[in-house]
Design a binder for this molecule. Structure first.
Ligand code: SAH
Length: 239
């Protein structure tokens, strides 16, 4: 009798463990503590104040978006390689770019350069819908898989050249570009909603670049250099 109860209990515990989604099972007290420390020491300490941004950065399991070999570095204060010569940005840069476009829960956002999917997840924690485009096919698949695993059903990934934006879902309240372009692609300015905000690294590959904030008010487009940065290059699909 006791033996049967014991076996039933073991079976129930096993079934319960297997039914917990992997993403949730992989987010432990340790990773949550690392995230809280990351926000306190790297993000709030450097002046990021927007409560939505701080909450999103505390929530998104960054370690699930990096390659397995980089997991132990996931919450470090630096960018990390994600394969194909690309990188996931330093947490502070993700927070900075998210805060400056002033996201809220009513908005629709476009990201160019899905990479790991992490920046899209941070946006998806705050806004209503996120559309993200990635030019490297393997990364587009990775980002889509990771966003799904982490439960972000309001984020959609497309493989392609982000230069042309995503016409079908335009205009966007927010556009975040995470690869450095020599100039601001005109189709993206076109797809920015009036009153909307765009952030884009502009400059020479691997050298002098600035994050440029682009605003559009009553059809008038303004640009402002806000932070010197170093991003991977914005590449173009062959014609
Ligand atoms: N936002 C990403 C950062 C990735 S690095 C993250 O959170 O991990 C920048 C990404 O932009 C790279 O994956 C690169 O392949 C992609 N990229 C470069 N040029 C592009 C283009 N024209 N269209 C779409 N993606 C592009």
């Amino acid at each position: 009798m006791m033996k049967n109860i014991f076996y039933t209990a073991v079976l129930c515990c096993t079934l319960l463990f297997l039914s917990v989604p992997r993403a949730v099972a992989d987010d432990t007290d340790r990773t949550r503590a690392q995230r809280h420390a990351m926000v306190a020491e790297q993000i709030a300490a450097r002046g990021i104040q927007d409560e939505n941004v701080l909450r999103a950065m505390r929530s998104v399991p960054r370690h699930l978006f990096v390659p397995r070999l980089q997991r132990r570095n996931a919450y470090a204060d630096r960018p990390l390689p994600i394969g194909h010569g690309q990188t996931i940005s330093q947490p502070y840069i993700v927070a900075f770019m998210t805060e400056i476009v002033q996201p809220d829960e009513t908005m629709r956002a476009l990201e160019i350069g899905a990479g790991s999917g992490y920046q899209a997840a941070v946006l998806a924690e705050i806004v209503q819908e996120v559309y993200t485009i990635e030019i490297v096919p393997e990364l587009a698949i990775w980002a889509e898989e990771r966003l799904k695993l982490a439960g972000y059903e309001n984020a959609r990934v497309k493989h392609g050249d982000g230069y042309y934006g995503w016409e079908e879902h335009a205009p966007f309240d927010i556009i975040v570009i995470t690869a450095a372009a020599p100039y601001i692609p005109p189709p993206l300015i076109e797809q920015l909603k009036d009153g909307g905000r765009m952030i884009i690294p502009v400059g020479t590959p691997y050298m002098a670049q600035y994050l440029v904030l682009v605003t559009k008010d009553d059809g008038e487009v303004r640009t402002q250099n806000v932070l010197p940065v170093r991003f991977v290059p914005f590449t173009r699909a062959p014609e």
